[in-house]
Design a protein around this ligand. Structure first.
Ligand code: FES
Length: 170
């Protein structure tokens, strides 16, 4: 009789442990399947560029991709297809993924160039690929819209972004 009770107790204990394990596994699976918070908010990223200094780069993410925004220096070359005006300054924006094989380039401030560590690809501060290096085209740009004086909404296609696209395709 004591054996039966012990067996029952062990059975219930093992069953309980297995049940807790199954619930934990289900919770983990649900977390894996759930979209990331940035996707839940319809894929928009809000960036405040207020207070940026000339030549400063601000890194952010849009839909899990690394995005940079650079406040251009006064007198720096402006490319209508790559740069936009906000307030009285110009900014450059791009998805910082190398268009060669997808590595993440680093900004080298002393050379004012994005350098890709994988095969030596280079991009200018406008995000344009440097001739003679492996990347075949400039950085892609995220769609963006300007809100107010200093805010960018990445993921929304505003008139500045549309103008840049038109200029790039002209
Ligand atoms: S992945 Fe950047 S140069 Fe090859």
């Amino acid at each position: 009789m004591a054996d039966v009770k012990r067996r029952d107790f062990l059975g219930m204990t093992l069953g309980g442990v297995a049940g807790v394990g199954a619930i934990a596994a289900l919770v983990a699976m649900k977390k894996t399947w759930d979209p990331l918070p940035s996707v839940v908010s319809a894929g928009f990223t809000t960036v405040d560029v207020g207070g940026m200094q000339e030549g400063e780069i601000r890194d952010t993410q849009w839909r899990g991709k690394p995005v940079y925004i650079m406040k251009k220096k006064v007198g720096e070359k402006i490319l209508p297809a790559r740069d936009f005006k906000l307030g009285d300054a110009h900014y450059s924006i791009g998805i910082k993924i190398c268009t060669h094989l997808g590595c993440i380039p680093n900004w080298k401030a002393n050379e004012e160039i994005f350098h890709c560590p994988c095969h030596g690809g280079q991009f200018t501060s406008n995000g344009v690929n440097v001739a003679g290096t492996p990347p075949p085209r400039p950085f892609d740009m995220p769609p963006f819209a300007i809100k107010g004086e200093t805010t960018l909404i990445l993921g929304e296609s505003g008139k500045e972004y549309e103008a840049m696209m038109a200029s790039a395709n002209a």
